[in-house]
Design a protein around this ligand. Structure first.
Ligand code: ACO
Length: 324
């Protein structure tokens, strides 16, 4: 008998305001054609004035709990993956727990930038497998537009705001890949690439939150290689071929990265859930946003094998293989 972390419900939230490329081109020297051609992005959602990352997270978790048919008061652990917390401290997870959970259960943030949701799932899965908790909420929530330098057209067109969440529950499996739940998690980082993609502020440096800085071409090159390797690592660990995967749910940074990774893996592009066109790069929120979209439109069904993978600042990268 094996303890498995089963995804019992998925939910997502995008702020009401959406900004198309054409609207962006009115204030930045860019064009719809350039943005679509280089990134596949068509629009992004932007949090309203006063709308905080915790508000986005709470909206997504509320939907995930409803989908799972569970009350937040019964959840044993709250993890928020975010790069854009409400405040430097406390953790944004404290706000989510206060709004929806019961006092006394652990809550904390995970910071692994665009890999944050994968990191958060891995942490929650290990808590569940260790028997320390029986349920967990993992939410990726970001207000990335708050970190944009509107004078830097190479970054400001690429990011958006949003949140996505899953409810995990401990169930028993038999230890084989036909079990429902998380089958494997793999995490990596290499801090030698710190300067490739970073925010140029912080409490211990500038005392400001700073702006996103990125060496786009370098990031692109590493992303395709690292993500393809992360997928291969998960397949090897589970002794399955790429054909066994029903859906690849990648971090939604750039359509060209998704296409490049699928090509490198020999994966049918029709098996890749793509939502980056609708919400741009929402960092830790992008995988659960894509997962929720795939579940909502009926493509991702119970029993399907779903492989999630991400790469982000650090660099950090990793994968989660889950049977829905
Ligand atoms: N609009 C119009 N023109 C632009 C824009 C813009 N928004 N931004 C840059 N350009 C221009 C440049 O000035 C340059 O002009 P020049 O040739 O006259 O000098 C030209 O477009 C090409 O610029 P490059 O930087 O070479 O463009 P590239 O093809 O590399 O595309 C991009 C840039 C989209 C950032 C690409 O490098 C990329 O996708 N990198 C990956 C970044 C990413 O996805 N990061 C997300 C975080 S990491 C992650 O999540 C995995």
């Amino acid at each position: 008998m094996t303890i498995r972390s089963v995804i019992q419900g998925v939910g997502s939230y995008l702020p009401a305001k959406n900004v198309t490329n054409a609207e962006l081109a009115k204030k930045v020297d860019t064009s719809d054609e350039w943005i679509v051609d280089r990134s596949g992005i068509r629009e992004r959602h932007v949090a309203a004035e006063g709308e905080k990352t915790s508000d986005l997270a709470i909206a997504a978790v509320t939907k995930a709990l409803a989908a799972a048919g569970r009350d937040g008061k019964d959840i044993d652990l709250f993890i928020v993956a975010t790069t854009t917390p409400d405040h430097t401290f406390p953790a944004t997870a404290a706000r989510v727990q206060a709004a929806l959970g019961r006092p006394g259960v652990p809550s904390f943030d995970v910071q692994a930038v665009c890999s944050g949701f994968v990191y958060g799932l891995a942490v929650a899965d290990n808590f569940i497998k260790a028997g320390q908790v029986k349920s967990a909420v993992v939410v990726g929530a970001e207000a990335m537009t708050r970190l944009l330098d509107w004078n830097d057209r190479t970054t400001c067109v690429l990011f958006g705001d949003g949140a996505g969440a899953v409810v995990l529950g401990a169930e028993t499996g038999t230890g084989v890949t036909t079990d429902r739940g998380i089958l494997s998690t793999h995490l990596h980082s290499d801090g030698n690439y710190y300067d490739m993609l970073y925010c140029d502020g912080g409490p211990s440096t500038t005392q400001t939150s700073g702006y996103i800085r990125m060496k786009g071409k370098e990031v692109f090159r590493h992303a395709v290689v690292n993500l393809a390797e992360a997928v291969q690592e998960a397949l090897t660990a589970n002794k399955i071929s790429i054909d066994a995967v029903d859906w690849l749910v990648p971090h939604q940074a750039n359509k060209r990265i998704l296409d490049g990774t699928a090509h490198k893996l020999g994966l049918d592009p029709a098996k890749v859930i793509v939502t980056v066109d609708r919400h741009a790069n929402t960092s830790a929120a992008s995988i659960p946003l894509a997962l929720a979209a795939g579940v909502a439109d009926g493509r991702i069904k119970p029993g399907n094998l779903v492989l999630m993978e991400a790469m982000g600042g650090g660099f950090t990268w990793g994968s989660v293989l889950v049977r829905m």
